[in-house]
Design a protein around this ligand. Structure first.
Ligand code: TYD
Length: 215
């Protein structure tokens, strides 16, 4: 029995976690067993790496160091959480995955995208998303939402938020290019509208791939 692996991507403040929780509720109501996880994080080592990667106190990292730390956190998550859950027939919803590396380290930092893809291939193996939802919105709107959140939650995870607007614009364009290049796997959904309307679009897009797997 094989489950389904779904990833959520987008710039800062695109509302991924809200939408993941709404989708998880809907899928559970439909009778699916759903595992919700996130990157970086999701495992004890992943959480420790998350702190290094997102804490502004870390300061700037060599780009390759950053890529390898994200990749190490991903490997833990794939081998300990994602692959076992999918093999057990569950639906895994993951907040960020390999497309974030292409968008942030590739388009954002300017690292070579084919090298990123080789490392990603080694890290993920067959654990590749069946569906990826990219929540798209203008960078200014996303950064506004993100800084409102950081004002409440504190800045302990804001290392990427301190990157300039131009960095985030490159990341957004990177996600748009990923969606254009892989229209079957990746669905880009506008995230500026009403939360429930966005949630419905997400659910409809995901449901399209479920019956075939469920048959
Ligand atoms: P996250 O908690 O997902 O932030 P948000 O809720 O604001 O989207 O934070 C993860 C941060 O790490 C985010 O700024 C994107 C960045 N990131 C990368 O640069 N590369 C990666 O491979 C991943 C998974 C995340």
């Amino acid at each position: 029995m094989t489950g389904v692996f779904i990833t959520f991507e987008g710039i800062e403040g695109s509302g991924k976690s809200t939408q993941i929780n709404l989708l998880a509720d809907r899928l559970r109501a439909d009778g699916w067993q759903v595992v919700v996880t996130r990157e970086p994080g999701g495992t004890p080592a992943g959480q420790a790496l998350r702190k290094i990667l997102l804490d502004p106190a870390t300061g700037s990292l060599d780009s390759l160091t950053e890529l390898l730390l994200f990749s190490a956190a991903r490997r833990e998550l794939v081998s300990k959480i994602i692959a076992p859950a999918v093999s057990a027939g569950q639906i895994v919803l993951c907040d960020r995955f390999a497309d974030s590396t292409v968008a942030y380290q590739g388009y954002g930092r300017g690292m070579d995208i084919s090298s990123i893809k080789s490392i990603t291939q080694m890290v993920c193996g067959d654990a590749w998303p069946d569906k990826t939802i990219i929540l798209d919105l203008p960078v200014e709107d996303g950064l506004k939402r993100a800084s409102a959140r950081f004002a409440v939650e504190g800045h302990a995870e804001a290392r990427f938020e301190y990157e300039g607007v131009k960095f985030h614009i490159r990341v957004r364009e990177g996600f748009q290019k990923i969606a254009q290049a892989e229209p079957e796997r990746v669905t880009l959904i506008g995230a500026t509208g009403d939360v429930e309307d966005v949630a419905l679009s997400v659910y409809e897009s995901v449901k399209r791939i479920l019956p075939a797997r469920n048959a």
